[in-house]
Ligand binder design. Structure first.
Ligand SMILES: [Zn+2]
Length: 445
């Protein structure tokens, strides 16, 4: 009997630990929690605004218990330690709205978390409210929002390292991922160009940038922008990041021979108007996608490249015919994410000579600001992030240059003369507007 109680205490302790960890991460606006073995300790880090920050360490003997608890929550195999595993779970926290939080100086409190966590996989928080109160799904979702509750999806990755398993919890906060194009930080000029190319009835719009630059968030914003019940929108994603109402989302499963290339081959029979492809990774997918767009569909997708012209080079590299590239693409959006200056601790400062030169800041008579570091921004001087965008809508001249096998340097030269807003231009605007610092922008652009 004594042993039983001890075990229960241990269970509860782990559950509380994980709840508190998640709540703290949410309060600190972390996007990921890293839990890993490090010698005699467990190292815990939060990724906040793109940068990892050390949290407390725990003695290593707790690691196994923590991992088992997380695996149980996310329906993973607790007996497997030597293979990577992916899963997810969902829970609810009660976050006071910003205004109330400021007034009361409160951090989120633990509420139905333990409850919600223990019911995972039998019911989601939304389903729970639906059932308890006998209301519709929309009503239940609204209840959650009205009461300042947040539904969070947690994506779990367990990975074997030589020291033991490392766990990464990605926190997907619907309110933060589902942003509009304006909220991403697109200027009016950029917005107008983007809207023109995404609302055409056919063609391709490519979003490009390194990983972690917010490409999926941009694609979701695009889909929400064009979403009406008159259009059938289908996505092929790996993984599906968030559920979008009114969109037919499809999870790609390469292990079962259902990859992007296969998906795009079959998708036309689902009678789509618009198609979102999570990522083009190979020539076959690229070619299928381009041919589908030429058949009169609009396709939104991402490609791993750094700039607008880099994207064209990448497709040529995949052996795609130049005339297909030239005539299928409506335009390219290249992007980066930079940290925003904390508005609570702004002070005047002088950007470094190198960064002034890089962004062409000479000649501007501006009072530059940076964050000094305060409790609101955990001493970093930054809070939140904003996108930097480079956008070019393909025109006839660029299409001809591509078909004529012009060099990438010629293409670059052309788009600049044709008035492309480059990453550097957009970053300069945001530095001058006091949104970010020149040094921070230089890290990303
Ligand atoms: Zn601050």
């Amino acid at each position: 009997m004594a042993k039983y109680t001890e075990q229960m205490d241990e269970e509860e302790r782990m559950e509380n630990f994980i709840s508190d960890l998640l709540l703290r991460a949410v309060a600190d606006r972390a996007s990921d929690i890293h839990i890993e073995p490090a010698g005699a300790n467990i190292r815990i880090r939060f990724r906040i605004d793109g940068i990892l920050k050390d949290q407390e360490t725990l003695p290593i003997y707790d690691l196994e218990r923590i991992i088992i608890k997380i695996k149980v929550l996310s329906n993973l195999d607790i007996a497997t330690h030597s293979m990577p595993q992916d899963g997810h779970f969902e829970f609810m926290v009660e976050l006071p709205t910003e205004a109330i939080k400021k007034k009361r100086n409160e951090t989120p409190k633990r509420t139905h978390l333990t409850d919600a966590v223990s019911r995972l996989y039998s019911k989601t928080p939304v389903e729970h409210i639906q059932e308890e109160e006998g209301v519709s799904r929309e009503r239940a979702e609204k209840t959650i929002l009205d009461e300042g509750k947040r539904r969070l999806d947690i994506r779990v990755s367990a990975f074997p390292t030589i020291e033991g398993e490392a766990i990464v919890l990605r926190i997907l906060n619907r309110e933060e991922i589902l942003l509009s194009l304006e909220e991403l930080g697109m200027s009016q000029d950029v917005l107008q160009k983007v809207r023109n190319m995404i609302t055409r009835p056919y063609g391709m719009v490519l979003v490009t940038g390194p990983s972690g630059s917010g490409k999926t968030t941009t694609l979701y914003a695009v889909l929400r922008e064009i979403l009406t019940s008159e259009r059938n929108i289908i996505t092929l994603e790996d993984p599906v990041e968030l559920n979008l109402e009114g969109v037919r989302q499809v999870q790609i499963n390469p292990d079962r021979q259902f990859d992007f290339a296969q998906g795009i081959r079959s998708i036309l029979r689902q009678d789509p108007d618009a198609i979102m492809i999570g990522e083009i990774r190979d020539g076959e997918t690229a070619e299928n996608a381009i041919r589908t767009s030429l058949a009169g569909k609009i396709i939104y997708t991402t490609v791993h490249a750094n700039t607008v012209i880099g994207t064209i080079a990448r497709l040529i590299d995949m052996n795609i015919d130049r005339s297909l590239i030239a005539y299928a693409i409506n335009g390219v959006i290249s992007q980066r994410l930079v940290r925003k200056i904390c508005t609570n601790c702004k002070i005047a400062y002088d950007p470094s000579g190198a960064s002034r030169k890089y962004f062409g800041l000479e000649g501007y008579d501006t009072r530059y600001v940076k964050g000094k570091g305060c409790s609101e921004c955990s001493g970093t001087g930054f809070r939140g992030r904003v996108g930097i965008f480079e956008v070019f809508a393909f025109d006839l001249d660029l299409r001809s240059l591509i078909v004529e096998r012009s060099s990438m340097a010629t293409l670059q030269d052309y788009v600049q003369r044709a008035g492309m807003i480059s990453l550097i231009d957009d970053a300069r605007e945001k530095i001058l507007a006091g949104l970010t610092t020149a040094e921070e922008a230089m890290r990303a652009v």
